[in-house]
Design a binder for this molecule. Structure first.
Ligand SMILES: Cc1cc2nc3c(=O)[nH]c(=O)nc-3n(C[C@H](O)[C@H](O)[C@H](O)COP(=O)(O)OP(=O)(O)OC[C@H]3O[C@@H](n4cnc5c(N)ncnc54)[C@H](O)[C@@H]3O)c2cc1C
Length: 376
């Protein structure tokens, strides 16, 4: 088996390392960070991700550190339900459940599962070159490294992508997201739900990630504020008291703030012996909670293709064929959901709420099944 070099030890890079290792590959990872710091937010792992983690033997470890999410609900700011997607039908069909987990705990579990894969920390890739099938990686500390197969799992601002692929464009969703982990006590009926409340140019979502922690996210349209040093309690003052309690019970210095961008779908995900995976290939807005889940799907698909195909070129071609349409569908659908959920036009908001309330159940289930189904 050939050696595979992965750039980036995020969810995509680590899951790829686990999958490749289990198929007998020698794997190494180069990661920009000096050490793994505890990222102060949570993440929802949908049924398609959990099917893969079950195949990789990681499912039970995640389950024991996470909180079960039985349904996802869209609500008004007062938490009156517009629509509810209950996952029990898909749990039976696919044999796994949805979980919400602290990102740091997920990261720790994945690192524990990579076995003896060497992770070189404090190694920021600057660029790479390929000559006669050998890829030379150049790092910002002045060192270099040679490899036969390189996977760029280095996120939305990927140095691998910038080195090898021209005409790529990031798109600004014009929304900013604040995230935190709260110790607020919420009503018992919220314990297995992800609730997302849609306002007018604002949105607030929350889901338990353990018995005592609520992961929350708050999105605000960029045209609604002038400084990111914003008073969230004031901005969400017309929301239900549960929302205000959650914000209040979060240490202010632990709140993260990110602008929301995605990557315009790429024509190609590979070039020569270099291939993109996760956000570097198909970064999406977070509106479907599918960014990392898609990275996990790509990790599994790429490992299967590399193990089963005779040449690297055949493996990359098959990987792109298996994964590109679905990843692009998620990027496109998530973008549209974000625009609808975050509209600041009162008439559009009114129509949005009526349409959401009366969306036929079979249509919503069809969309969920398309997202959860794996074809490899
Ligand atoms: C607000 C928000 C909420 C989200 N919620 C969800 C959710 O609920 N569910 C979900 O599935 N997804 C969610 N996502 C998306 C998810 O976070 C990403 O899709 C996922 O983290 C992508 O994983 P990745 O491994 O491809 O990239 P990243 O997580 O970005 O990891 C890239 C890694 O590469 C390293 N790196 C970067 N540059 C270099 C370099 N030059 N050299 C070496 N190393 C480098 C980085 O340090 C990092 O460790 C959310 C995103 C946002 C912004």
């Amino acid at each position: 088996m050939k050696k595979v070099t992965i750039i980036g030890a995020g969810i995509g890079g680590l899951t790829t390392a686990i999958a490749l290792k289990q198929k007998g590959f020698e794997v190494e990872i180069f990661e920009n960070s000096e050490k793994f710091v505890e990222a102060g937010s949570g993440i929802n792992l949908a049924i398609n991700a959990m099917q893969i983690y079950k195949r990789l033997g990681v499912y039970e470890d995640i389950k024991s550190e996470a909180s079960y999410t039985e349904s996802m609900n869209a609500c008004t700011p007062k938490l009156e339900r517009l629509v509810s997607a209950n996952f029990s039908k898909f749990e039976k069909k696919y044999g796994v459940k949805t979980f919400a987990i602290h990102r740091a705990r997920l990261h720790k579990i994945l690192v524990e599962h990579i076995g003896n894969v060497k992770i070189y920390l404090n190694k920021k890739l600057s660029h790479l070159e390929e000559k006669e099938g050998i890829v030379t990686l150049y790092f910002e500390d002045g060192t270099s490294h040679r490899s036969e197969i390189v996977i760029g799992a280095d996120g939305i601002h990927s140095a691998v992508r910038k080195s090898r692929f021209s005409n790529t464009a990031l798109r600004d969703a014009e929304q900013v997201c604040w995230r935190g982990i709260s110790n607020a006590k919420v009503q018992y009926n919220y314990r297995n739900e992800l609730n997302e409340a849609w306002g007018n140019g604002t949105r607030f979502g929350f889901v338990p990630i353990s018995k005592s922690e609520i992961y929350w996210f708050a999105l605000i349209n960029k045209n609604k504020f002038t400084t990111k040093d914003i008073d969230l309690l004031k901005t969400f003052s017309d929301y239900d008291k549960t929302v205000k309690n959650i914000i209040q019970a979060t240490p202010k210095d632990k709140i993260l703030c990110n602008e929301i961008w995605d990557l315009k779908p790429l024509k190609h995900w590979y070039s020569g012996n270099v291939c993109l995976l996760g956000d570097s290939a198909h970064a999406t807005t977070p509106n479907m909670g599918q960014g990392a889940v898609q990275a996990i799907e790509s990790a599994m698909a790429l490992s299967i293709c590399l193990a089963e195909e005779k040449t690297t070129a055949d493996a990359f071609r098959r990987y792109q064929k298996i994964r590109k349409d679905k990843a692009n569908y998620i990027v496109k659908t998530s973008w549209m959901i974000g625009k609808m959920a975050q509209s600041d036009n009162s008439i559009v908001c009114f129509l949005r709420n009526i349409l959401t309330r009366f969306t036929p159940k079979f249509l919503a289930e069809k969309q969920s099944d398309k997202t959860f189904r794996l074809n490899y």
